[in-house]
Design a protein around this ligand. Structure first.
Ligand SMILES: *Cc1c(COP(=O)(O)O)cnc(C)c1O
Length: 375
């Protein structure tokens, strides 16, 4: 059996999103207004959370969250090196220095022992990444943060819908950021959100997403604008548009019944079929019911990753590598610091296709191809 191309990930949008978009176009108010307010209210209810501030991307969410907790020049933010470059750039954008930390080989999340080793008096915040949808050791992390007076900005871009010890990511914690870019667990086209129980963080972010104009958010959600206004701190054009909000609202409605079970079902099937295959090591938590897998990375042992990747590609199966360690980028030190666990893991990592529109026979073909290569 052969397929044209099996995609690694994909935006899963359809008729309902089209209708919602058409309605916004019909109404003729594309900027940030009522629809964004509605999306925020629904997110608040879903998580649940006290404050939800929607912005133009996950990266913008991280940037504003860090600024809101006071990160700036001279500060350090501890972050796993193995993450999307967005986490690092968001830190760099505040003027703070990202301090690359190791991840645990068993699940790819932040290694708290390494965080402890790398703590200096300059440390202001920690940014854990819930890799592939698996929450990191949050209990340990928050205990460490309390002890050292650190703020926590969770990069939960992969973890929309996941639970940690019975509580949904975003429903607790200091500041939690989600991404709604095209391929995330839910999308709003592009977009992201800051979730927090901290009133001051929320209020800073609400103004900062609209050029720092004080209390502009309130007016815009009512379809009004400010003509005479005050500006008290830095601001950006980071707000979410009604077009994005309309897509996000529909996606949120589809998440529990459609996207979440489908992602979990695909991950479980991979796990069932591949966990005993010699030459592979899987991330066990990706098969747990508390996790909504955003991607399906695994480890290919015995230095055969690149070979397997080429083999799969030759069959039209698109694969990924999540992620190129950021400490190796010239801009972030060019490998001056060594992170042996991360560097070894990176050479083994391969991400298999996973998205809600992946068909059963496509996944079977991926599984059969992996097995064929390794046997
Ligand atoms: C997607 C992603 C981001 C950034 O989100 P955008 O919406 O693409 O800006 C940040 N961190 C991680 C780990 C991501 O996967």
């Amino acid at each position: 059996m052969s397929f044209l191309k099996i995609r690694l990930s994909k935006s899963c949008v359809g008729e309902r999103e089209k209708e919602a978009l058409a309605q916004v176009v019909e109404e003729g108010y594309l900027g940030m207004g009522r629809v964004v307010g509605e999306f925020e209210a629904k997110l608040k209810e879903y998580l649940p959370a006290e404050h939800v501030v929607c912005v133009s991307s996950g990266t913008a969410a991280l940037h504003l969250a860090l600024l809101a907790v006071g990160c700036g020049r001279g500060d350090e933010v501890l972050v796993p090196s193995m993450t999307y470059v967005a986490s690092f750039q968001a830190i760099a954008a505040t003027g703070a220095r990202p301090v690359p930390c190791e991840v645990r080989a068993d699940d790819g999340t932040l290694d708290l022992d390494d965080v402890k080793r790398k703590l200096t008096p300059k440390a202001k915040a920690v940014m854990p990444v819930h890799y592939a949808g698996q929450p990191c050791d949050l209990e340990g992390l928050y205990a460490l943060a309390r002890k050292h007076h650190l703020r926590v900005v969770e990069d939960a871009a992969h973890a929309f819908g996941s639970f940690y010890k019975g509580e949904k990511i975003g429903s607790f914690g200091d500041v939690v950021c989600f991404s709604f870019d095209g391929i995330k667990n839910i999308t709003s086209g592009e977009g992201g959100t800051i979730v927090t129980g901290d009133e001051r963080v929320a209020s800073f972010a609400k103004d900062a997403r609209l050029l720092g104009v004080r209390k502009d958010t309130k007016k815009r959600l009512l379809g009004k604008r400010s003509w005479e206004f005050e500006v008290e701190h830095i601001g950006f054009r980071y707000h979410m548009s009604n077009l994005f909000g309309a897509i996000g609202l529909v996606q949120l409605q589809r998440f529990e019944k459609e996207f979440k079970p489908k992602r979990q079902e695909l991950a479980r099937k991979y796990f069932l079929e591949l966990s005993k295959v010699e030459g592979l090591a899987l991330f066990q938590k990706l098969a747990e019911s508390s996790v909504v897998p955003h991607i399906f990375p695994l480890r290919v042992l015995h230095e055969r990753r690149d070979e397997l990747r080429s083999f799969l590609q030759s069959r039209g199966i698109e694969c990924g590598i999540h992620y190129y360690p950021n400490h190796l980028h010239k801009f972030f030190g060019g490998g001056k610091e060594r992170l042996p666990v991360t560097e070894k893991l990176w050479k083994e990592l391969l991400t298999l296709p996973l998205h809600p529109e992946l068909r059963g026979e496509e996944q079977d073909f991926v599984i059969a191809s992996v097995k064929e290569f390794l046997q």
